[in-house]
Design a protein around this ligand. Sequence first.
Ligand code: FPP
Ligand code: MG
Ligand code: MG
Length: 371
Amino acid sequence: RRLISFSTSQHARTEHEIGLVNDLLMQSVASNHPVMHRAANYLFSPAARGKQFRPRLVLTIGRLAGASAVDRQTLAAITEIIHSASLIHDDVIDEADTRRSMACLHKVEDCTRLAVLAGDFLLARASRMLASLRTPRVVSMLSETLEHLTLGECIQMGVIDNMPTYLEKTFYKTASLLANASRAAVVLAESKACKTASGASMDENCASPSFKLPFALSKDEHSGSVLAESFESENEEAAYMYGKHVGISFQLIDDVLDYTQSSAIVGKPSEGADLRQGLATAPVLFAAQEHKNRDLWDAIRRRFGAIGDVELALNSVKNSKGVEQSRDLAAWHAEEALKAARRITAVSSGDSSVEDERTALEYAAMQLLKR
Ligand code: FPP
Ligand code: MG
Ligand code: MG
């Protein structure tokens, strides 16, 4: 399914570039060590790849904002490597057997320690690629996302019994990578103009002092250390907001699917799988708000650990507007993403098709809702 292309020409451009990103990615994670070699080949094989939504998004924003082909493809590969590393670790934490209908790496290797190391190895290679972009602010943004991924997992291990905490966790775990990678694509585009003859970036010195957003989002949206750092251009802020809202919308739909879709369709165990792992997500939190059911709140707070808790939660969600309200919230975030996409100023490269990239961003935000 096409998530991030709306026209044939835009699709062809993205397919061509994603092929180059995959080549770059394979070169970047190549290793003489047999286990790391095997892990990289397994994880990035065409069968295991998945939709590659994140790198496609980076390429599209990068083209719209005027990032060079090398910069945007490198950033796209980094984004995909970080995502893959986080999934390897996630599968270990979740004790998962399958992902994308294939055995998880720790199952293939029959060793969780090797899988953890393979994730670390990928992060190390992603760090080296980040350094190669010679743009310190981009290193900082993607590093912050690594922190957020870890914090998101930590929050999820505790009790999530209210929407603000759920949204904060969701931002950290899912939206931060999309937000910061989108933002980084713009930063790379804008710092291009500041490159010295030797090729070294001076983005810190070239930052425009004219645009500073003193940022304070309410706790209902999310909090996070990113707010301490101001955006340095309107495009940077708009790209960040696009990625953030798309990420939250994406996760809300994912969480709805856990209640509505069978495992055969999603390629990993589903149908209340989150509940069985102790996780309260948007549908059950909305249901608990609606029913004001003390037993359900208790079940949420003990992470559905007592006999009958999962069934109580499933029934409560079925007999509530939880799924509908979660979808509505996802639609609200998709609309916000749409508005942000419209605020990104295209850099004219003499190529009129650059506006196609914006339409593709708008299309992607809406397609995610249709899963
Ligand atoms: C998938 O969640 C997990 C993530 C998106 C993030 C996982 C992050 C970590 C394990 C922290 C370590 C981070 C790095 C960068 C190594 P899920 O379990 O809800 O989704 P799933 O159903 O796809 O497994
Ligand atoms: Mg998981
Ligand atoms: Mg998990």
